[in-house]
Design a protein around this ligand. Structure first.
Ligand SMILES: NC(=O)C1=CN([C@@H]2O[C@H](COP(=O)(O)OP(=O)(O)OC[C@H]3O[C@@H](n4cnc5c(N)ncnc54)[C@H](OP(=O)(O)O)[C@@H]3O)[C@@H](O)[C@H]2O)C=CC1
Ligand SMILES: Cc1cn([C@H]2C[C@H](O)[C@@H](COP(=O)(O)OP(=O)(O)O[C@H]3O[C@@H](C)C(=O)[C@@H](O)[C@H]3O)O2)c(=O)[nH]c1=O
Length: 288
């Protein structure tokens, strides 16, 4: 199976391009992984996207490319839709024309956060931000264009490559005496290495449709930060604040935790609790 990763220099793309060849070896299922960074494919350009994908003729395209600066999307609406919606559409069209399966990565921010239990795949999206709306438009384009699709909604990703909530909080903890973190917004932190493993199941079991994938469990940003400091043994005064007191351009959901039952039932694979994954990540890459 030949797999093309688009957005291969991003946080998830990077993790996939390192993790998939390794999994293919240990699982003894041959896989050829081709990487396309932003300089190699410009997904907002339909002909460039088609030509670049046609050169590689993949069986599967994993689209990790996106405009992911949630606050910047609020003031760069054109770019947000060009990348997250039209870009997703161009990739889906190229996939359809070249008979390739498309795995499209999406987000928990397609939900409005009003539900007080974790979101499942049949819940109605109602995004609150430009980022969320543009990502939802991308999902719709993929669904309309190419029946041979899988949409994976993930949330609160952290891994080895690029900054993320964990690295930001660690820096703040080392720089400041007091760190203020939001206590009334909840979600499911997801370790990129675990996600790669889960995506291996999606690939090898040929899952189609929409799936939610995240580490098990739910926490607030505050609870997540508290666990980061506890595991890293950093003494800091952690102050809980309300979301309304954390000024940012985008409105983000109060609850965007993901119910992953559909994935567990389809694969028999349950993601480990977010606390265990976080500990593993910190031990491997931060506390060495
Ligand atoms: N990070 C998170 O917490 C979460 C991410 N997601 C989703 O997961 C996916 C991967 O996210 P993540 O890895 O964090 O994102 P990153 O921002 O780390 O990576 C995105 C990649 O896409 C590339 N890219 C941006 N615009 C274009 C374009 N027009 N054409 C081609 N490539 C482009 C970027 O290149 P360059 O930097 O050179 O522009 C970058 O390498 C995205 O779909 C995102 O919406 C979902 C939930 C949570
Ligand atoms: C740095 C910091 C963050 N926070 C909390 C509140 C704030 O809304 C949130 C912001 O952290 P981030 O910038 O990592 O969050 P954000 O960019 O909103 O993260 C999102 O990224 C996109 C791409 C997604 O798809 C989502 O799943 C989600 O992971 O963290 C604090 O409370 N205090 C702080 O000092």
């Amino acid at each position: 199976m030949k797999i093309l990763i688009i957005g291969s220099n991003g946080a998830l793309g990077w993790e996939l391009r390192n993790g998939l060849p390794h999994l293919s070896e240990t699982e003894k299922q041959p896989l050829s992984v081709i990487c396309a960074s932003h300089s190699q494919i410009e997904i907002t350009n339909a002909s460039n996207t088609f030509e670049a994908i046609a050169r590689t003729m993949p069986d599967v395209i994993i689209n990790c490319a996106a405009f992911t600066d949630v606050d910047a999307c609020e003031t760069n609406i054109g770019k947000a839709y060009a990348v997250n919606a039209d870009g997703a559409k161009n990739v889906a069209l190229a996939g359809k024309n070249l008979h390739a399966r498309v795995i499209h990565i999406s987000t928990d921010y397609v939900f409005d956060g009003a539900k007080n239990t974790p979101y499942n795949e049949t819940d109605l999206p109602r995004p609150l931000s430009v980022y969320g709306r543009s990502k939802r438009a991308g999902e719709e384009a993929v669904q309309e264009i190419n029946g041979n699709y899988t949409i994976i909604r993930i949330s609160r990703l952290y891994g080895q490559h690029k900054s993320n909530f964990v690295t930001k909080i660690l820096h703040l903890g080392l720089e400041k005496h007091v760190v203020s973190v939001v206590t009334d917004q909840f979600g499911s932190p997801t370790y990129a290495a675990d996600l790669v493993h889960a995506l291996w199941y999606v690939l090898s079991l040929d899952l189609h449709g929409i799936y939610h994938i995240a580490n098990d469990g739910i926490c607030s940003w505050y609870e997540w930060a508290r666990e980061i400091f506890r595991l890293s043994n950093i003494q800091v005064s952690l102050q809980s604040i309300k979301a309304e007191d954390f000024k940012r351009a985008a409105t983000v959901p109060q609850n965007s935790s993901l119910n992953c039952t559909k994935f567990v039932q389809a694969t028999g694979h349950k993601m480990r609790p977010w606390q265990e994954a976080l500990e593993d990540y910190l031990k491997k890459y931060v506390l060495r």
